[in-house]
Design a protein around this ligand. Sequence first.
Ligand SMILES: Cc1ncc(COP(=O)(O)O)c(C=O)c1O
Length: 723
Amino acid sequence: MIQPTAASAEPAPSLRPLPIDVVSIQSQVVYGRVGNNVAVPALQAQGLTVAAVPTVVLSNTPHYPTIHGGPVPAAWFEGYLRDLSARGVLPPLRAILTGYLGGPEQAQALGSWIGQAMEVQPALRVVVDPVLGDHDHGEYVSPGMADAYRRHLLSLADGLTPNGFELAHLTGMAVNRVESVVAAARTLLTGRTQWVAVTSAAPDTWAHDEMQVVLVTRTQAEVIRHPRIDATSKGTGDLFCATLTGYWLNGASVPQATAQACRQVVRALRHTQQGQCAELLFPPMATRQDDGQPQAHERDVRQFTYQIGNGDLSMQPAASHLMRAYARQPVSFVRGSGARLWDDQGVEYLDAIAGVAVTSLGHAHPEISAAIAQQAGTLLHTSNVFRIDWQERLGERLCALTGMQRAFFCNSGAEANETALKLARLHGHRKQVANPKIVVMENGFHGRTIATLSATGNLAKQGGFEPLLPGFLHLSYDDIEAVRQAAEQSPDIVAVLIEPVQGEGGIRVARADYLRELRALCDQHGWLLMLDEIQTGMGRTGAWFGYQHAAITPDVMTVAKALGNGFPIGACLARGAAADLFSPGQHGSTFGGNPLACRVGCTVLDLMTRDELPRRAAVLGARLLDSLQKALGGHPNVNAIRGQGLMVGIELDRNCTELVGRALAEQRLLITVTRGSVIRLLPPLICDEMQIDDIVVRVARLLASNVAKNAIVEAAAQTIVGR
Ligand SMILES: Cc1ncc(COP(=O)(O)O)c(C=O)c1O
């Protein structure tokens, strides 16, 4: 041990200490680019001054056949830190960065020194990279390090940068999916710790040739996807952590700094790959003018934000200017054909939801595309002030199919139902009912406008939008006694609005008898029977419309979704007295029924008729149900498999909303989950038999892996919900 010389003396008090921005405590190698050999230049490149404390001194990384050196002795290590304090480094110090440590005793010494440093400099930022190992090499530190981090360092850090392997080791939780990474990382947000940036995170959800960093804070999680570059060089974690720290100290927010660190790592790896070098090569520094903005070649680093709250993780690009109304999946489709879709990475998917019962003719149907192009080149819109020939034609076609007499055209399902609700109230007032009531069903779904939301029997969807509209009576579905009792008790009832199969409500099929009895009750009391065929209509259930299975005719019915195969259109159809309730000026829509929408509607009807798609839906639906029963009938988590035509639900014994993301990532399959536990399948009606069988195979595989992962998923979900 070197002793101070006899002549040692403090420098003159008028001389200030060398200003140090960052103390970087990492491994020191003679040859190679890891630890301080990476962190120091990365920090210096950002204009920061660095004091480098070695934890181990090695000739090179242990990946080479020769290696000399080892951990610095405890007395030396503690001395380095003490002497930094003695040199007056602490008061102006801005950050401490730690990387690979030589053993648990170093962690302990470091923890107590950081505690002292914080007393001198409370604004000090501490970033701890809890180095333990990685997925490729397993654990490569001395035993007891995970525990030492937990005991001495984690809660002192403002930010942590574990990789996925380290996060799993530190928390004892599985971290294969974003949700579980978030759940695990949140357990580390204790003490001072405000953020955890997890590299190589959630491998189950990596897209083709991509990896991701998940940055978890108390309120949100940023998912930063970046290309996976095949380079074997070490030190990328050290570069990531130092670059992040540098950007953060220089004023970037943690999410911005994290994204910049990802970009820097990608640049370095590309540069290393191009240089065919065994060790990490530093690319030339990014020029000033890119100033936080990705350069063209770096735009493939993409950032998404999950909001954490109500137990849900909803995800959209961090820079998005869209309202957070949707919990979006991190997939963006750019092309479709029939039942197939391709994302922006070129990955192919099988579509088993058809845009939620919309693209029944499949994606990019050439005849639909041609009709749109032709009409767009002729006439798009005039307004309902004038006669619209295509609207007349579509009205006539729909009435011929349904037995209705008049149509009102609008742009969506909710608007079609609004129209029906207005008709019901007019009908009531004609009958001198001052406060007309409409019977609707529990778990029914009719749209998101205030009136249709009031009609919707789902408290979760209604919550927060009170006061809802009065005038609705919610009864249990498929229960004729409930309607009979209501008829006796409420003379104000004027109409019933019901879905023949509840779609959002978990694929519940009303019995044909029930619908017939409902028809009879409506006739008996002079109520309008109004059928919401928005999801069930246009062939979906194996008949043109769901009520046709019960051989009844409604007074009012609504259609939308598949009527435009993706082009927005809705319609409310009526017969009898209901068809003549509106007089001019009582209802209207600017866009509703314009030439383009109605021409598309006519083309959809032409194609569905020509290709006999309702019948096809019946045949394929029977095949789908049958194969699902065979494949999943005995599955321990499957409670029921039910449906009508190509509208099929698989009810599980537990919440399974996470399956939507897993189906995309693991099976390249689009599904939805309704009511939390029902997998809903709504494949396009143009599917071929092989595609139907393929859906079954992919769902079965998904559920097979679900059994193994259930415990993990539940633990993660509980951790998220419980916070
Ligand atoms: C049965 C039913 N009614 C109404 C709607 C609302 O349709 P839109 O989203 O077009 O307003 C939907 C949509 O899912 C539906 O399934």
